[in-house]
Design a protein around this ligand. Sequence first.
Ligand code: TXD
Length: 319
Amino acid sequence: MARKKIALIGAGNIGGTLAHLAAQKELGDVVLFDIVEGVPQGKALDLSQCGPVEGFDASVIGTNDYADIAGADVVIVTAGVARKPGMSRDDLLGINLKVMKSVGEGIKQYAPDAFVICITNPLDAMVWALREFSGLPHSKVVGMAGVLDSARFSTFLAWEFGVSVRDVSSFVLGGHGDTMVPVVEYSTVKGIPVPDLIKMGKSTQERIDAIVKRTANGGGEIVALLGTGSAYYAPATSAIAMAQSYLGDQKRVLPCAAYLEGQYGVDGLYVGVPVVIGKDGVEQVIEIALDEKAKAGLQVSIDAVKELLVACKAIDGSL
Ligand code: TXD
């Protein structure tokens, strides 16, 4: 059977890490694309030379030509620029929107049957724009944020309770970052909900509230420590889990930025919700009952996404 093909658009920190993980896990042959000449080729050569040591046969090539992504099964998009000092949120939006336009057109032309995972920020708006520009079905274009946010939440909960991260399952909804909504009632240690663990004296409401806050600021905490750039190991591994669920038809339940058509009272927006990812892409959106606090939190997220889409449409009249 021919190997699958994984195209990575953007060969920066996350793109390079994605290429390494995809090759190591033999998800398929890897094509690393960037507009900067030399960087994807250099990283691909370096990564190819991991093969003999790590024992993978996947090929890794670097390119500046979209034609090389032809027929990709999965496309993961990290292309764009990060916000720099002096740059407004709208400046960033304008730049990355243009990037999504070129990436979307490249995917439309060369990989229209791919499952597309967008990582570029501001995530909830960029995934929407990428879908618009690519014209792919909504079920085949998703945003990665929730897997990362819930991984951060689970890490902190495991530390708090002194248990294995494997026994922690945490639940987040909504946008990426500030507007994320961690749902504590659905977060568990081996099935025991966090509120019950508080009742059992394993933690306190105050400590859990602090963890929720730390999770929402999880990206910012790393940016501040690094001084330059943002997190890339956990963002990359999160997107790989989504790609694996698609390629292996695993039907994992993963929180992703997915297109809603009425679910959670939202129509026509990408919002972070639990979905089932299998061979058809997003196969189900799981709609859970929310209490008033979570509903209000989700509404804040939804309003923030709506605002971003208005700004996108003002910048690009074709949207
Ligand atoms: O949870 C999440 N979704 C995120 C999102 C978590 C962490 C970081 N998140 C965002 O991912 C971050 O704000 C950025 O928007 C992306 C990528 O982060 P990364 O750390 O990989 O950024 P880099 O290292 O700056 O890489 C971006 C690459 C760089 O090599 C550019 O040359 C390239 O994108 N680039 C392009 N590639 C293709 N096409 C175009 N037009 C283009 N423009 C820039």
